[in-house]
Design a protein around this ligand. Sequence first.
Ligand SMILES: [Fe+2]
Ligand SMILES: [Fe+2]
Ligand SMILES: [Fe+2]
Ligand SMILES: [Fe+2]
Length: 415
Amino acid sequence: MKFNPFEEKPKSLESCIMDWKKLSPKSYKKLESSPYTRVRCILMNGTEYESVWFGHQFHRHTSDNDLRRSLALIRRSEQQQQKLISGLKPLDENLLETTIGYEQLAVDLTAFLAQHVSDKHVKAALDFALLEDFDHLYRYANLLESDMGAKAEDYVGDYTEIMPARPTIAHHRHPFDSVKKPIKNKDATPFDKCAVSIITAAEQQTMNYYMNLGGFYKNQKGREVYTEIAMVEEQHVSQYGSLIDPTASWFEMSLMHEYIECYLYYSMLCDESEPSVKKVWEMLLGQEIAHLHAAAKNLEKYEKKEWREVIPNGDFPELVSFKSNKDYIRNIIKNTVNFTADRESYTDLKKLPKDADFFKYQNKIIKNENEVASHKVVQEHIDRFGEDYRVQDKPHPIKSLDNRKVDNTSVGRKQ
Ligand SMILES: [Fe+2]
Ligand SMILES: [Fe+2]
Ligand SMILES: [Fe+2]
Ligand SMILES: [Fe+2]
């Protein structure tokens, strides 16, 4: 089914402003709604956050107050949308429970995108970080059982396995190794252009969530896990952000943001199983169509460009949808668990020169591996319960990661 938001009749921007009652929606249910409803809410929260912040940056880079008023009106609407989406989280879902959803989003969104992009460098970046967020999910799941007696499988459902991948201790790399080559919008497929921005906003949401809330975790052990994983999310945001074409103008980027919001709300609408949440996606799609047309007008007015010069075909590419990716993930683990980043590419650790920045950075940041929080959290779980927490359908694809009584700290890290 084709959908082109440029062909839709937009409502007025003023009519997008919602009253307080609308900003207090009915939440999904923590353990009864589909895990992917939580995941969709986190994705759209991150998308709105990106829109709001992009809007602020744009307005700080222009002196034209007519333009700044136009941006202010759209931005107010984005901010309201973000508040509305925040309200979809149930009151009884706590910091760590939501975190499980953040990492499930990172896993299943990344795996979906990796299977649909055309650019092999973009795919390599997705596959690379996929294994890291997959491992984060496992670390937080161990914290969840240790601190709350709760089982992460009740939150992620049967969609996502929970087991180690490239261990988090191996994710700490030199900042130079997060900078990749950007795509070129004129050559990239419509799906790839959307994918790099979508995943950047999603990882940025995770980075911000851990930045702001990690310090509120109820004990020291958990706080340290958040600190450590937050630093890895910074790497992910740097990596993905570096893939976006940096040559687009502010107006072109603004149009792209609104187009992606339309595309994602339409995707969520088609994917959603929770009727009340589905209504929210439908309403916000209507608002985004208004934003998109306003952004197209600004592009025309200030740069004398038509939207077609930025988005040649307005029809949405294949929609984003959430489904289980277990076999795909197992395969990536099997083939690339030992990879690390090496400047613009990725390489097997065995091929990395001894004086590589990776080893220098690792030696700087890890003085004693028994003090590294992501390792400690699993080790303490093993000490207390006799084994780690994991949910595996069959033996682990990597033999040295199959032992539930030992937390491996050398895969992807030691030659
Ligand atoms: Fe928005
Ligand atoms: Fe993560
Ligand atoms: Fe991540
Ligand atoms: Fe928007």
